[in-house]
Design a protein around this ligand. Structure first.
Ligand code: NAD
Length: 339
C-alpha cells in the first residue's frame, strides 16, 4: 500500500472525493488514505485554513489528492492552493487536455500545458495608492521570475517530452511587452531547448496569438510550457475545448511531493446537491497512479471513464449534457471497470 494524503476540500469537494475514493477502491488502487482538512472546513475546526497536521501529513506521504478549495475574492486569507504549491515547492503544474468524446468541436486534441507554479504574477506584492479622497485610486502589482525557476520548468517540460515520446515543445510568453518578466522566461527556455536539439522540436508563441490558435486549431499543439498566470488561463481554455472543466485534471509536481487535483473550483452554486461531476478529480487520480508507476491501473481507469462518457447521456452529470447525479455517473464508471 502507498500512503497518501486526502484533502476533501470545500463546496463540491467532499462529494466528489467520496465518489473518487469509492471508485479507486473498486479499481484496487493501492492507496492508504490519511484524510486531513484544509480550507473552510479547517477554519471551522481550527481557525486556520491550512493546519500544521495537514502539512505534516503531506510532508510524510509526499503524495496528495486534493478536492477544490474556496479562495475569498478581493480580500481574506491567501489562496491555500498557492500556499501548498509554495510550501512544498511544487514548481510544475501539469495539465493534460485530450479529446475524450468524438463528435465535439475538435477531434484529436492531445496536448499538455506545463505551467510554472511558484512565481510570475502569482508571486506578487500588491498595494494601493491614495489620490484625493479615494484610498484605492491606483492599484499596483509586481511579480517576478527567476532564471533558476524558468530553467527548472523548461527542463521539466523537455524532459517530459522525451519520457512521453512527445515531439514538440511550444514556449508561450509575452516577451514583446513584458520584456524583463517574460523575456527572461523565453531566453532561459530557448537555452534549455538547445540542449534537447535533435530530440525535441521547439517553437514559441506570444500568449495572445496562442490563445487564438488554441481556440481555432488546438490539434497543432503538443506540449506548451509557460509562466504561471498564462498557464492558468490557457489550461482553462484547453479544458473548455476538450469537454469542459468537469473532465480536466492537474498535477502539481515538486522534488519531494506531488499534489493532484481537478482544474475546476469548489462550485459553490451546486454544492451539496449531488450533481457534481467527479471525473476531473478521477482523471487527476489517474495522473497520481501514473506518478506512482501504476500505469496499468491508470489506463484501466481512463478507459472506464471514456467508456462511460461514450455510453450515452443518461448517467452523465448536467455539465456533460446529461441528467444523472454524482452517484449515477460513479456507478456507471464502476460497472465499466468491472466489464
Ligand atoms: P468553479 O470551477 O468552481 O465553477 C465554475 C462553474 O463550473 C460553476 O457553474 C460550477 O457549478 C461548474 N463546475 C465546476 N466544477 C464542476 C463539476 N465537477 N461538476 C459540475 N459542474 C462543475 O469556479 P468558480 O465558481 O470561479 O470558483 C469557485 C471557488 O473555487 C472560488 O473560491 C475559487 O477561488 C475556487 N477555485 C479553486 C480551485 C482549486 O482548488 N484548485 C481552482 C479554481 C477555483
Amino acid at each position: 500500500m502507498i500512503d497518501a494524503t486526502l484533502l476533501p476540500g470545500d463546496g463540491i469537494g467532499p462529494e466528489i472525493t467520496d465518489a473518487v475514493v469509492d471508485i479507486l477502491d473498486h479499481l484496487g488502487a493501492p492507496f492508504k488514505w490519511d484524510t486531513q482538512l484544509a480550507g473552510l472546513a479547517a477554519i471551522d475546526r481550527d481557525g486556520d485554513p491550512l493546519p500544521q497536521e495537514t502539512l505534516d501529513s503531506i510532508k510524510r506521504t509526499g503524495l496528495a489528492l486534493k478536492g477544490p478549495l474556496t479562495t475569498p475574492i478581493g480580500g481574506g486569507f491567501k489562496s491555500i492552493n498557492v500556499r501548498l504549491r509554495q510550501e512544498f515547492e511544487l514548481f510544475a503544474n501539469v495539465r493534460p487536455a485530450k479529446t475524450l468524446v468524438p463528435g465535439g468541436r475538435f477531434e484529436g486534441v492531445d496536448l499538455v500545458i506545463m505551467r510554472e507554479n511558484l512565481e510570475g504574477l502569482y508571486a506578487v506584492e500588491e498595494r494601493f495608492e491614495a489620490r484625493g479622497d479615494d484610498p484605492k485610486a491606483v492599484a499596483y502589482s509586481s511579480g517576478y521570475n527567476t532564471r533558476v525557476e524558468c530553467r527548472r520548468i523548461a527542463e521539466f517540460a523537455f524532459d517530459y517530452a522525451v519520457r512521453h515520446n512527445r515531439k514538440r515543445v511550444t514556449i508561450v510568453h509575452k516577451a514583446n511587452i513584458l520584456k524583463a518578466l517574460s523575456g527572461l522566461f523565453l531566453e532561459e527556455s530557448q537555452a534549455v531547448a538547445k540542449e534537447y536539439e535533435g530530440r525535441v522540436e521547439v517553437d514559441d508563441r506570444i500568449v495572445d496569438a496562442c490563445a487564438m490558435q488554441l481556440a481555432m486549431n488546438p490539434e497543432q499543439f503538443d506540449i506548451l510550457v509557460t509562466t504561471n498566470l498564462f498557464g492558468d488561463i490557457l489550461s482553462d481554455l484547453a479544458a473548455g475545448i476538450t469537454g469542459g472543466l468537469g473532465l480536466a485534471p492537474g498535477a502539481n509536481i515538486g522534488e519531494d511531493a506531488a499534489i493532484f487535483e481537478a482544474v475546476h473550483g469548489s462550485a459553490p452554486d451546486i454544492a451539496g446537491q449531488g450533481k457534481a461531476n467527479p471525473c476531473a478529480l478521477l482523471m487527476a487520480s489517474a495522473l497520481m497512479l501514473d506518478h506512482v508507476d501504476q500505469t496499468d491501473l491508470a489506463t484501466k481507469l481512463r478507459e472506464a471513464i471514456q467508456a462511460t462518457l461514450l455510453s450515452g447521456k443518461e448517467n452523465l452529470t448536467g455539465d456533460l449534457g446529461g441528467t444523472g447525479m454524482t452517484r449515477d455517473i460513479s456507478a456507471a464508471i464502476k460497472d465499466n471497470l468491472s466489464a
